[in-house]
Design a binder for this molecule. Structure first.
Ligand SMILES: [Zn+2]
Length: 370
């Protein structure tokens, strides 16, 4: 049993269950010598952990019902203009986008985003069954600064926290334990971090898989001296710490199932620009700056190896074909492997390379319909 005050108890009874899945009742604890109301598991009186079943709202479920579609259409027209909204209408609610379709959507919504990030985002959409029109994924520009001066713009793909939940909940049934995500207590900080860190806001998430019983904990933080995006709309440092901790818990509970190396945001407060999106590095919670092993990283660029492999397969190119393509102008790079050769490209060449390969893929796809 868990002693609670009446109001809080009522809220918990309405939204949560016991860890075992049974419902709670809210009797006065007098019978058991407790001088307050208690949350009592209907199955076993000794149970004392609260679980909130994870569930998605209608907006997050692929293929909305029609009543919400009209509102979303109006919103799209407002945000994108009539012409673009009409063009994209055919993709509304579709969660089985091809790479090319995802690219078309991304380019329409974010025309200034570079080919690289569009491609990376399109692959994530294709692979994870996501749709930018459903606000599953966003592209966000960053000002690149050198010695305090803006020298350019970088873009990153970010996922909403609901998207992470969506990916997890398509395959799993899980609950949040102990009223998490919430602020970490000093005691928990000491236990998990080894000390109380006053420079950041820390949050904790504990999830339990209902089917396997496996538990996973995630922690996340946000620097106290940094203002997150969307504060004017109600976003908080604690909220940012919470979604980071939730993302880490999901990552740990279902390893390899979440897209890696991608920052998570709260889709309620989508930043227009990535100013306070990726802050100081924080432990192993993963930020967009972390480049996954699946990429080739060169002078200011990276090439996704999964994309490369898929493209090679689609084009029916061997490693040798790829190497001779790279050895000829304008690239003129060579190596023992494709990876080694690609590493020698400049940023401009790498962008051009991706464009060239994509052009070939598009041409090939088009010819299939002729
Ligand atoms: Zn129970």
């Amino acid at each position: 049993m868990i002693p609670v005050d009446y109001e809080e108890g009522k809220r918990i009874v309405d939204t949560c269950t016991c860890e075992c899945g049974a419902a709670f009742t809210l009797p006065w604890g007098g019978t058991w010598g407790i001088d307050s109301y208690v949350l009592k598991c209907a199955k076993d009186i000794s149970h004392n952990r609260i679980a909130r079943p994870a569930s998605l709202g209608p907006y997050d479920i692929p293929g909305w019902n029609l009543s919400t579609l009209r509102g979303r259409r109006e919103q799209m027209t407002q945000e994108l203009g009539k012409e673009k909204a009409t063009k994209l209408r055919k993709y509304e609610g579709v969660v089985s986008l091809t790479r090319m379709q995802a690219m078309e959507i991304l380019k329409t919504i974010w025309p200034k985003a570079p080919e690289f990030e569009v491609l990376k985002a399109a692959m994530i959409c294709h692979q994870y069954g996501l749709n930018p029109l459903m606000k599953h994924l966003f592209l966000i520009p960053f000002k690149r600064k050198e010695q305090g001066k803006v020298v350019g713009e970088d873009w990153v793909a970010v996922l909403g926290i609901k998207t992470n939940r969506l990916i997890a909940q398509r395959c799993h049934n899980y609950s949040y334990l102990d009223l998490t995500p919430r602020r970490m207590t000093d005691q928990e900080q000491e236990k998990v971090l080894g000390e109380v860190d006053d420079s950041r806001v820390w949050a904790i998430t504990m999830i339990k898989d209902v089917d396997t019983g496996a538990k996973a904990m995630g922690v996340g933080s946000w620097p106290k001296d940094e203002v997150p995006y969307g504060v004017e709309k109600g976003n908080t440092k604690l909220n940012m710490a919470c979604i980071r901790s939730e993302r880490q818990a999901l990552d740990r509970q279902y390893p390899g199932e979440m897209p890696q190396g991608i920052e998570v945001i709260d889709e309620e407060y989508v930043p227009i620009e990535g100013k306070s999106l990726i802050s100081l590095p924080e432990g192993d919670t993963g930020g967009a700056k972390e480049i996954s092993a699946e990429e080739i990283e060169g002078e200011g660029f990276h090439i996704d190896l999964t994309w490369l492999e898929e493209s090679k397969k689609d084009l029916k190119w061997t490693d040798e074909t790829m190497l001779s393509f790279l050895a000829s102008p304008p690239y003129k790079v060579s190596g023992k492997s494709v990876t080694e050769a690609l590493n020698k490209l400049t940023r401009e060449q790498a962008e051009d390379f991706v464009k060239e390969i994509n052009a070939r893929l598009e041409k090939q796809q088009a010819s299939l319909f002729e």
